[in-house]
Design a protein. Structure first.
Ligand code: GTP
Ligand code: MG
Length: 220
């Protein structure tokens, strides 16, 4: 059974406030030397190509075209940094939309570059608070995801699975996949136990993702 959520109504309201207003694209990072200073917490969206990382980000900020999305896998090719409009106290953070991995059809050299960037970033970014690892609700965790999970475990980077495209399967199926995924994650030391489910298409599950972000940037 999934653990009880720790997200209180206060956090949900905070999350809603944090994501209101026009978020800003900060920069695209094609190599680690272009990273902005790690002076604030950041949360990254990782997952296979086409799983819906950029779409989820857009749904969270309710801006359809902030991050570029596409039917064709391999749309996002850099680490794209976004920040909230207001950078007052308690609102300093970056969300990072990452290139996808596991995309076999792109030119080999390109895939090597993106995957190298993704892995080096995930391993070494000290200000990275949590990785949202997006998994297509229809497919569950695949072999390519396990590679990234192994890397996150090794580097002790906390990650949380978000199931995407929940609108593509029935409510019953979604509950089954969620439970099976939570069970599989029990064996992964860096995994946060609670699995979130979303649909960017129908804007569902977004409040808990927003509240999670609000919780993560709260000073202790
Ligand atoms: P890369 O940048 O290539 O790694 O892909 P990505 O993970 O950013 O995926 P993207 O957000 O570009 O979405 C890929 C495709 O999935 C697009 O055609 C989206 O419209 C579609 N999609 C994303 N989220 C959802 C969802 O919740 N439901 C449905 N039905 N389609 C979705
Ligand atoms: Mg993308």
């Amino acid at each position: 059974m999934a653990p009880e959520t720790t997200l209180t109504p206060d956090l949900i309201a905070e999350g809603e406030r944090l994501f209101a207003g026009a978020w800003v694209f900060v920069r695209g990072v094609p190599g680690l030397e272009y990273l902005p200073p790690g002076d604030r917490p950041e949360i990254a969206f990782a997952g296979r190509s086409n799983v819906g990382k950029s779409s989820l980000l857009n749904a969270l900020v309710d801006q359809r075209t902030l991050a570029r999305t596409s039917n064709t896998p391999g749309r996002t090719q850099e680490l794209n940094y976004f920040r909230p409009p207001d950078q007052g106290p308690g609102r300093l953070l970056y969300l990072v939309d990452m290139p996808g991995y596991g995309f076999a059809k792109a030119p080999k050299q390109k895939v090597k570059e993106w995957t190298g960037l993704v892995k080096a970033y995930l391993r070494g970014r000290v200000s990275l608070k949590r990785v949202f690892l997006l998994i297509d609700a229809r497919h569950g965790i695949k072999a390519v995801d396990r590679e990234i999970i192994a890397l996150l475990n090794e580097s002790a980077v906390s990650f949380q699975v978000i199931l995407t495209k929940g609108d593509k399967i029935s409510v019953g199926e979604l509950a089954k996949v969620t439970a099976a995924t939570a069970l599989a994650l029990q064996a992964e030391p860096a995994a946060y136990p609670e699995v979130l489910t979303t649909s960017a298409e129908r804007s569902t599950g977004l409040d808990l993702v927003r509240a999670t972000v609000a919780m993560l940037i709260k000073p202790l």
